[in-house]
Design a protein around this ligand. Structure first.
Ligand code: 6R9
Length: 585
């Protein structure tokens, strides 16, 4: 655990969160709901709050989102535009005979049409699902089938490559709308032109009366057994997404905010679209892929105030070197946060070195629908810790007893599973067509997240690993993350993944796969040096017994290093559903 505490960002939400305990006590979700909607109307619509409510509050002409393309062309969409476009899309759905409640999906890059479709579908009382545009036909087929998707919005190119080959397996897919990319050819058979339908539709639409408990969003998440899980979130999710956008991301109206997550993943919708819009910010949406120079240019030229990104990206920026960071200036930047995978203390501190402020780690899952644990802008940051429970969220570390009940782990040294007390508004409402799996996620009045952690006496959570990733060696529970964090402190190490491999004596032994920083050569001398470093800092029991150099560690498309795949390869086991693996289509 890190010994250093980084002191809070001055000025941010001080009035609210500086006294964390009393903020928790005062917090009440029904008040958040009222603060969001400004009323106690029993109807609630997630997209209406994100768009129409903002227009009501005088933001019609304010930029809601700025899209950047490869040539640095900017396309600005105002809140007024978003309202008109989402209304048009809602009317298109009705004109095509799509009934309320049916699922609408997009298979698109980061383009304005994705926003119109997402918000329009939800306003119309439909369920919206954003599919990651780099998925290939097989994972798409599984998801489109499982989601019973009736209408898909995509491009001609994506359609021809990925959807046309599986279309005959999708009898429920009634309509496909094609968004033009300017490379006009004939519309593929069985599809319609998105722009044409939108032009013909009225831009007035009275938001369908939906309730808190109606499903609004469908996200797919990867299961450990290999089959994707369809996670449904209700309209009430917007209450938590809004509250956390304020409390954790510290978003204020009119500010510039950049979430680097793709809308094909939950973060890209909850915090790349819905939550921030309910705060009246201006979103930055980069259509291009990761590139250090480009990212620094965006932070500087777009005058980004708040930045929400991910550990892999941060580590890649670290790898590119702090000199590059310093070529530009970011006087507007005042808050940086991270999510999705363990954020090493090293990376938090690098934020201070490179930008003059730490990255604030946040923890949540598709199933939780919103941030649950966080380092708050107004509170001290403990590097390496995920932070404390969000007000309104009861989080604990628990373990199973022999009686099949749960008990809260009191000792800060003891590892247990992260458990959340149901009652926060964005909790998932089902796993599609898998009520059994849903039921199994709850025990003894808690939702079990499947992540292992420790909780210290101040209530800070320290990530240990996925429940199935932790290594047991010679009776010791070893956190791959802990080993990785230490290996990361070696100057030659750029990325690292640690898994447990079978060992006849110790049960499991620790094995590390290391990606080196440029300029280092993976030879025996370096291997011994890193090994010595790890032994010294971790002790011989915890240090890796074996280190292998790898040019590129397998990652999911959302950037997580796939320990599971490394382990499967190591053990010669089937590799499972690899549909989210980087570089495969
Ligand atoms: C938002 C998102 C959820 C899983 C989660 C955990 C891992 C997320 C983390 C983290 C360590 C953090 N995870 N945040 N691990 N530190 N700050 O990523 O949702 O794609 O469903 O993944 O990601 O294992 O259980 P999702």
């Amino acid at each position: 655990m890190a010994e250093r505490t980084l002191h809070k960002t001055p000025g941010s939400l001080e009035h609210y969160l500086s006294d964390y305990e009393s903020a928790r006590q005062r917090f009440d979700w029904s008040e958040s709901r009222r603060a969001l909607t400004g009323s106690s109307d029993p109807h609630l619509n997630l997209a209406h709050e994100a768009v129409d409510r903002q227009v009501e509050r005088g933001r019609a002409d304010q930029i809601a989102a700025r899209f950047l393309d490869r040539e640095w062309r900017r396309v600005d969409v105002t809140y007024g535009d978003l309202q008109r476009h989402s209304n048009q899309f809602a009317n298109v759905l009705r004109s095509l005979g799509i009934a309320r409640g049916a699922t609408i999906a997009t298979l698109l890059g980061r383009v304005p049409e994705l926003f119109s479709a997402a918000l329009g579908a939800v306003k119309a009382g439909n369920v919206f699902c954003s599919l990651f545009s780099a998925f290939g036909p097989d994972p798409l087929k599984t998801r489109l089938q499982l989601g019973h998707v009736q209408l898909l919005v995509t491009t001609e190119n994506l359609y021809r490559r990925k959807v046309a080959p599986i279309r005959s397996d999708l009898p429920e897919l009634r309509s496909v709308l094609i968004v033009s990319e300017g490379t006009e050819r004939k519309l593929p058979e069985g599809t319609s032109d998105f722009a044409c339908l939108m032009d013909g539709a009225s831009d007035a639409y009275q938001t369908t009366l939906t309730r808190d408990t109606d499903v609004a969003l469908l996200h797919f998440t990867s299961g450990t057994t290999g089959k994707p899980k369809g996670v449904t979130l209700t309209h009430a999710a917007v209450i938590a997404q809004h509250a956390t956008s304020q409390l954790v991301l510290d978003l204020h109206p009119g500010e510039v905010y950049w979430c680097t997550a793709d809308p094909g993943w939950v973060t890209g919708i909850a915090y790349g679209l819905i939550g921030p819009l309910t705060c009246g910010v201006q979103l930055i949406v980069d259509r291009e892929e990761f590139d250090p120079q480009r990212w620094y240019q965006i932070l500087e030229e777009e005058r980004v105030n708040v930045w929400y990104t991910a550990p892999t990206a941060i580590r890649m920026l670290m790898k590119a070197g702090t000199a590059l960071t310093r070529e530009r200036h970011y006087p507007q930047l005042r808050h940086m946060a991270s999510v999705g995978e363990p954020l090493n203390g090293e990376a938090v501190l690098w934020g201070v070195e490179a930008f003059g402020m730490p990255f604030h780690d946040t923890w949540w899952q598709t199933e939780t629908g919103a941030i649950m644990i966080a380092n708050f802008a107004a509170c001290d940051v403990l590097p390496g810790s995920m932070g404390r429970a969000v007000p309104g969220v009861e989080a604990q570390v628990v373990r199973r007893t022999a009686q099949g009940t749960l008990e809260v782990v009191e000792s800060p040294e003891q590892v247990g599973e992260i458990a959340l007390r149901p009652g926060w508004p964005s909790m998932f409402s089902s796993y599609l067509e898998d009520p059994e799996r849903y039921r199994q996620s709850f025990l003894d009045g808690w939702y079990l997240a499947g992540d292992l952690a420790r909780r210290d006496n101040e209530g800070y959570f320290w990530f240990v690993g996925r429940a199935d990733d932790v290594i047991k060696s010679a009776g010791h529970l070893i956190s791959p993350f802990e080993v990785e964090s230490t290996l990361m402190t070696h100057p030659a190490v750029a990325q690292v993944a640690v898994i447990g491999v079978p060992d006849p004596i110790a049960g499991q032994a620790v094995k590390a796969f290391v990606e080196l920083r440029s300029g280092f050569e993976g030879n025996d001398a370096l291997r011994r040096q890193i090994m010595g470093h790890a032994r010294r800092l971790l002790g011989a029991v915890v240090a890796p017994r074996e280190i292998v150099f790898s040019d590129s560690l397998p990652r999911t498309r959302s950037g997580k290093i796939m320990r599971r795949l490394l382990r499967a390869r190591e053990l010669g086991l089937p590799e499972g559903d690899l549909s989210t693996l980087e570089g495969r289509e």
